[in-house]
Design a protein. Sequence first.
Length: 380
Amino acid sequence: MFSFFKKKSTAPAEAPIETPAAPPPDTETSASGGAMGWLRKSFGAAPADREAPADQEAPALPATTDSTPPTVALPTPKPEGERQGWMERLKSGLRKTGSSIATVFTGTQINDALYEELEDALLMADTGVKATQHLLDDLKRRVKDSKTTEPAAVKALLADALADLLKPLEKPLVIGEHQPTVIMVAGVNGAGKTTSIGKLTKHLADHGETVLLAAADTFRAAAREQLGVWATRNTVEIISQEGGDPAAVSFDAVTAGRARGKDVVLVDTAGRLPTQLHLMEELKKIRRVVTKAEASAPHEVLLVIDGNTGQNALTQVRTFDDALQLTGLIVTKLDGTAKGGVLAAIAQERPVPVYFIGVGEKVEDLETFNAREFAQALLA
Ligand SMILES: Nc1nc2c(ncn2[C@@H]2O[C@H](COP(=O)(O)OP(=O)(O)OP(=O)(O)O)[C@@H](O)[C@H]2O)c(=O)[nH]1
């Protein structure tokens, strides 16, 4: 599945633990735990040029025993069979979105009717007015330049236009530039946060990463339990507390992650609607308090969006980005959705990088986002 890179020494696996109540967020704590093995790797290529928020510009945590610079490399090529398998799942997941677009190209002529039909199909796929207009203009230019006369060839040109539009969203998640890499995850209820964190944890753990999970949903027992299951399954530690302040749990987790030499701290937050202003304030507080625990953190602020929600997902990206200065997205549930065009809308209107896309509930159904693969799968 994901591509991981070079691994240095590994430490023995730790037993999963449930920690006691978190300390107050304003107090520096020294959590127990021995030093772990150090790893330096990345999910892929160098970061794209999205500006880091001002409060993320503090120097990186120097607490590392590893003199090797972080690996920032291109994704490891997947074995042929594995790659094929993913493309098949992606294609089948996107079939509902793609089929109505693909039907447009079954005629014999390239004329206004074709473009009108295409416009309708793109809008129906929740591509949004701006991205639809952009794609149509770009496509017409490509058709003219290439003197294309076959509708089937126009479909290939649309795939090119779509891949170019989506390209700025393609960015790998880099792990290893900080010790630990602190990743905060937010999203509306049921978007797939905990599942995506679980899948990420599994892949990180499978590749020898030491992970600490923070169950910052202190109110919903089921959410903590769900995260706890992933922690146990992957033999990683979890900081969990019933009731109390989610920011305090996050603070404790980051402090413990530093003290125990973890590679990654993943903070799972409670689901909330962007319209619930007090809960959005709570998220901002978690972010601030994480920075108190580690000046350079959070290194990633991810929003998980449900691909089924189409244009609503774009609204969520805007609002959460304004509140938290997002560094990346995970788009889930692209399987069976007729609204997969929303990625084009995001690329056009709020291009926050898409680190992963999900096309199912299984671990292998979450993969890194590749613009060309996505465009090809959509118009297959
Ligand atoms: N079909 C499909 N289902 C998914 C995908 N990702 C997650 N799910 C399912 O979506 C449901 C909600 O996922 P959770 O991970 O619990 O969502 P959450 O955002 O943590 O939810 P809250 O804790 O309530 O905010 C679960 O049944 C998941 O199995 C996906 O890519 N495709």
